[in-house]
Design a protein around this ligand. Structure first.
Ligand SMILES: Nc1ncnc2c1ncn2[C@@H]1O[C@H](COP(=O)(O)OP(=O)(O)O)[C@@H](O)[C@H]1O
Ligand SMILES: [Mg+2]
Length: 258
């Protein structure tokens, strides 16, 4: 865990006078699982949009394994291995579960454009490998039996798990997940936790935005807390659970929810 997968330095973004992200710096160590938490509106999704250049920052820099991501398009960033999901599931409604999973592999197909003609043996082999990986991942999240179902027919929780599978099919080095457990029931959340542990065990670094504290405390190595655009605190899950500033920010959430 010596190398740094992601380094965020002084990132800022203002929307019409609102400081959505305000001078945020943190690092995600290679091989770790970092949870980003904070009340609604804290700037978590905006931070992901800045890291992946969906939004251009007003200030600050992002380094991915030591290289600046400034001026790269979101597509190029994904091709480098920094792959994200969205807060609301974005599955392809006209495709089956399996086809949705396979779409993710487009980012990293090794066979060149000519070899993608499926009658060539190299492309055939690659396709079989992808199919086997997709099936294994679907099995891991309990979606194997739904492989030929139209993805739009899946319950919301299953669609969210499918989106994580699709992101994994792109063979990310760093996976950014925005509220992957939102809308998941208890058994789906347990499947997600198992998937996250398997992902980390395979050397893939993960940063996730998450409200489900038992999931965060169960899987995270590091917790980064945002509040009103600013970094409030960071540390181990146990340190953050005992941190008075963090507890206060979360009491704020409970009041807002009632
Ligand atoms: N595209 C946008 N245009 C204007 N304001 C935005 C935009 N995206 C987010 N915001 C605002 O920035 C703040 C942070 O939002 P967001 O990053 O979505 O928070 P979180 O994901 O932590 O709930 C909120 O006040 C939100 O309304
Ligand atoms: Mg959000």
């Amino acid at each position: 865990m010596s190398a740094t997968a992601l380094e965020v330095v002084g990132l800022s973004k203002t929307f019409g006078g609102l400081r959505a992200v305000d001078g945020v710096s943190f690092a995600v160590p290679h091989g770790s699982l970092t949870a980003l938490i904070g009340p609604n509106g804290a700037g978590k999704t905006t931070l992901f949009n800045l890291i992946t250049n969906f939004f251009r920052p007003d200030a600050g820099e992002v380094h991915f394994y030591g290289s600046s991501l400034a001026r790269l398009t979101p597509g190029r960033i994904a091709a480098l291995g920094l792959v994200r999901t969205f807060q609301s599931a974005r599955i392809f409604p006209g495709m089956t579960t399996l086809e949705n999973a396979l779409v993710g592999a487009h980012l990293q197909l090794r066979a060149g454009p000519l070899q993608q003609m499926s009658w060539l043996p190299a492309a055939r082999r690659e396709e079989r490998t992808l199919l086997a990986r997709a099936e294994a991942l679907l099995e891991l999240v309990g979606l194997a039996r739904a492989r030929d179902v139209a993805a739009s027919e899946l319950p919301m929780g299953a669609q969210k798990l499918l989106e994580v599978v699709r992101a994994l099919m792109a063979r990310p080095r760093l996976l950014l997940l925005d509220e992957p457990a939102a809308g998941l029931n208890d058994s789906e959340t347990a499947e997600l936790a198992a998937l996250l542990r398997a992902v980390r065990a395979n050397g893939i670094t993960v940063a996730l935005v998450e409200h489900n504290m038992s999931l965060v405390m169960g899987v995270a190595d590091q917790v980064v807390v945002l509040d009103a655009g600013k970094l409030l605190a960071s540390g181990t899950p146990a340190q953050m659970q005992a941190d008075a500033r963090v507890i206060e920010a979360y009491i704020g959430i409970d009041e807002a929810a009632n």
